[in-house]
Ligand binder design. Structure first.
Ligand code: HEM
Length: 422
């Protein structure tokens, strides 16, 4: 890591406004101007160390040095994560809870997720063929909400798909927001938790049968280290920790279609491609486009690293976006170039859109393989099964709004079956 000592310190009372104004570039801008991968600033009234790059990621995932306890502000817990869930756990209790998520990710279950995703896209097609235009972002949310609930074993009435899909997305959409967008996320979480809690009760009371392989069964009957079932509140929060992010893959799908529009050669290439190239393309979408900006942890006990003092309790942010665009790791990082993944060595700390490090013992996203499966199944449908046009629309996305989304939602028209279009 390029660590300058003493650590560059921002001479300001508070930089929260600058963070809101600069969004994904807040940490990268400062690293560049200080010529360092690490600096200290103040955010929301407290001193914060920000760091970027592969070495920083490796340090951040050292469990001896960092804890997640108290790292996520309440406003994030009340929207994105749910209160006191896996994201804020440490040590053996965290590892045990993590196992609950990882055991859902068997090859068989992931294969089933791909199949369900494809089936749900196909169900959409007849209506699309008749429609003058569709907004892919909204359509994908609903497709993935249906797929997520089916895969997880959660009953979902046709009449509630839109509201549930919107709620799952609104929980995500709230994470970087102040004002109405944030409050919408809180309301969405309240509604979502009340719904899922009821489903957990129904399963526990035997009113609803849950298949043993499903996330619903896993969350309803998981026993914590003390041998107790999770209370129904926590079981519902952890089940939402499966459903909500599956719906959030919508954003990667919308960005994938934007990438296909801006680089039409890949649309042709994918029409003929095997799984390897779908994987490379999906990895590049996850690397290139902005989604999660940074992650937070607190110093467990004070330590000195490269002559820099990390005081106990200090909040430390790891730059996701900047690491995914670090020129030392990625040649021409601002170029969309899936081929770069042809010889990628699968590093644990370089491609970190869903966190880094180890899955089972650390906080890396347990849904990363599921995300790739859903992206690949969706892209397969969108490139090999249908054709569409992209009418005039605003094709930009913000580098300030967090999370960033394609502004138009990706409007598509003239949708036809691939074979009929030829
Ligand atoms: C849109 C795709 C997704 C993105 C961008 C994403 C991103 C992330 C990130 C950045 C983390 C934090 C890693 C850390 O704290 O070190 C995380 C954790 C987590 N993700 Fe994902 N994720 C996605 C999909 C999924 C899926 C599909 C699932 C479940 C099926 C999932 C479940 C979780 C859970 C439970 C955690 C907490 C893990 C822990 O604290 O040990 N995510 N995700």
């Amino acid at each position: 890591m390029n660590a300058v000592t003493p650590i560059p310190r921002e001479q300001t009372l508070d930089n929260s406004l600058a963070l809101l104004k600069e969004g994904y570039q807040f940490i990268p801008n400062r690293c560049q101007s200080y010529g360092a991968d690490i600096f200290e600033t103040r955010l929301l009234g407290e001193k914060v160390i920000c760091m970027s790059g592969e070495e920083a990621a490796e340090l951040f995932y050292d469990k001896e040095k960092f804890t997640r306890k108290g790292a996520a502000p309440k406003r994030i817990q009340k929207t994105l994560f749910g209160e006191n869930a896996i994201q804020g756990m440490d040590g053996k209790a965290h590892e045990h809870r993590k196992q609950l998520f990882m055991k859902l990710m068997t090859e068989e279950r992931l294969q089933r997720l791909s199949e369900i995703t494809t089936e749900e896209w196909r169900r959409k097609f007849p209506a699309w063929q008749k429609a003058e235009k569709v907004v892919l972002f909204q359509e994908a949310k609903e497709v993935l909400c249906r797929a997520a609930c089916r895969w997880a074993g959660v009953p979902l009435e046709e009449s509630e798909v839109k509201e549930r899909a919107d709620d799952f997305w609104d929980m995500v959409d709230a994470f970087g927001a102040v004002g109405p967008r944030h409050w919408q996320g809180r309301k969405a979480r309240k509604r979502g938790e009340a719904w899922i809690k009821k489903v957990i009760h129904q399963v526990r009371d035997g009113e609803l049968k849950a298949d043993k392989n499903t996330a619903l069964f896993a969350m309803a009957f998981h026993r914590d280290l003390n041998g107790e079932h999770l209370d129904s509140e926590m079981a519902s929060i952890e089940l939402i920790n499966v459903l909500r992010p599956l719906v959030a893959i919508t954003n990667f799908i919308a960005f994938s279609v934007l990438a296909l529009h801006e680089h039409p050669q890949y649309r042709n290439q994918l029409q003929e491609a095997d799984d390897d190239f779908f994987e490379m393309f999906s990895q590049e979408v996850r690397r290139y486009y902005p989604f999660g900006p940074f992650l937070g942890a607190r110093v467990r006990r004070g330590f000195i690293w490269n002559d820099i003092k990390f005081e106990k309790g200090r909040l430390v942010l790891l730059d996701i976006y900047g690491t995914n665009h670090d020129p030392r790791l990625w040649k021409e990082p601002d170029k969309f170039y899936p081929e770069r993944f042809g010889d990628w060595n699968g590093g644990l700390f370089d491609l970190i859109p869903q966190g880094g490090g180890e899955y089972y013992k650390n906080h890396r996203c347990p849904g990363e393989w599921a995300t790739l499966r859903v992206m690949k199944a969706s892209l397969d449908f969108l490139t090999k099964e249908i054709t569409y046009q992209v009418p005039d629309q605003v094709l930009s996305y913000s580098m300030v709004r967090m999370p960033s989304v394609p502004e138009s939602g990706m409007v598509l028209n003239e949708i036809q079956k691939f074979e009929e279009a030829k």
